[in-house]
Design a protein. Structure first.
Length: 96
């Protein structure tokens, strides 16, 4: 009877380790990603997962249109999941 109790304790300990090492960090990352998606606004500077910097031109439910470069001719539609970082444009008029 004692060995069954030890096995049950091991299973509980391994389950707790799995939760704190795998599941909890993944949920935290999902919350961070969702907050990033919710904070995006037109005019924000973004970094895509492929390493390109651009400006958000339009936002829909699942997609965004990002403008790359200075010539205003390179606009690409992509999924919101392809955005890795969002940087709000600095307001230069408030600094003066």
């Amino acid at each position: 009877m004692g060995s069954i109790g030890i096995i049950i304790v091991y299973v509980v300990v391994i389950g707790a380790m799995m939760y704190f090492l795998a599941i909890k960090p993944q949920k935290k990352e999902q919350k961070r990603t969702q907050a990033l998606m919710d904070s995006m606004e037109i005019g924000d500077y973004v970094l895509t997962t492929s390493g390109f910097y651009g400006v958000l031109i339009d936002i829909s439910d699942d997609d965004v249109i990002v403008e790359f470069g200075n010539n205003k001719n390179c606009r690409i539609s992509m999924q919101k999941k392809a955005i890795a970082q969002v940087e709000k444009p600095s307001d230069s008029t408030s600094a003066e």
